[in-house]
Design a protein around this ligand. Structure first.
Ligand SMILES: *[C@@H]1O[C@H](CO)[C@@H](O)[C@H](O)[C@H]1NC(C)=O
Ligand SMILES: *[C@@H]1O[C@H](CO)[C@@H](O)[C@H](O)[C@H]1NC(C)=O
Ligand SMILES: *[C@@H]1O[C@H](CO)[C@@H](O)[C@H](O)[C@H]1NC(C)=O
Length: 190
């Protein structure tokens, strides 16, 4: 039987093409940057009023410094957060060191998408539940850290999260019983 790579040159060419291809695929993937071990929240910490997830002692949580590439239909998961004082978002928003009313459409983005504040106060269009809403980026959903006081003893964020105020969920017409987890797409609005 005749070998597919009958000539050394053809073999080399195929090899080079294959490795370039796999390098390109790799560059588009976002790999974990590490993991952190959960600690039990001190009494009274980790407000679970709105189904927030609390770190569990001894459980390991994956961290990321990157997010998937942003496109015109960036796939993500929408979660619920309060950016008000005393809400489950912890401290004030990272972009402006301010709190934001639950009635304004604001979001936090996973660390990679937040990209060191480069999207602060930019608006994004969120498509979900057959509707769309424009919301302003005011905070980071930290994919690199968590399970500490700064993050209200919640685990690090996944790398594909748009963490949104009540107003965003309302505008998308999601029944309030179903607020918390929704597959969406988003894109920069300006
Ligand atoms: C929980 O959600 C309610 C209604 O959206 C809000 O008024 C309240 O501030 C939230 N609590 C926390 C701790 O985020
Ligand atoms: C983030 O931006 C600040 C200010 O522009 C800069 O000093 C810092 O090095 C940046 N950090 C990263 C991780 O790029
Ligand atoms: C985003 O939208 C808000 C509210 O409509 C607006 O005030 C703000 O200027 C917009 N941001 C940018 C960067 O255009």
């Amino acid at each position: 039987m005749k070998s597919v790579c009958s000539k050394a040159f053809a073999c080399l060419l195929v090899g080079v093409l294959l490795s370039t291809l796999s390098l390109r695929i790799e560059a588009q993937q976002c790999r974990p940057s590490g993991r952190i071990e959960g600690k039990k929240p001190p009494p009274g910490q980790c407000n679970q009023e709105n189904d927030s997830d609390c770190c569990k002692a001894g459980k390991y949580y994956t961290t990321y410094t990157c997010s998937p590439p942003v496109t015109t239909h960036t796939r993500a998961y929408l979660t619920l957060n309060s950016f008000q004082k005393g809400g489950d978002g912890g401290g004030p928003s990272e972009c402006d060191n301010q709190y934001h009313s639950d009635d304004t459409p604001v979001v936090a983005l996973s660390t990679g998408w937040f990209n060191n504040k480069s999207r602060c106060h930019n608006n994004i269009t969120i498509n979900g539940n057959g509707r769309s809403v424009v919301a302003m980026v005011v905070d980071e959903c930290d994919s690199t850290m968590g399970c500490d006081a700064d993050h209200d003893y919640q685990p690090p964020c996944d790398n594909n999260i748009v963490d949104a105020s009540k107003a965003v969920w309302k505008a998308l017409g999601v029944d309030s019983d179903d607020w918390g987890w929704l597959e969406i797409t988003w894109s920069p609005a300006n």
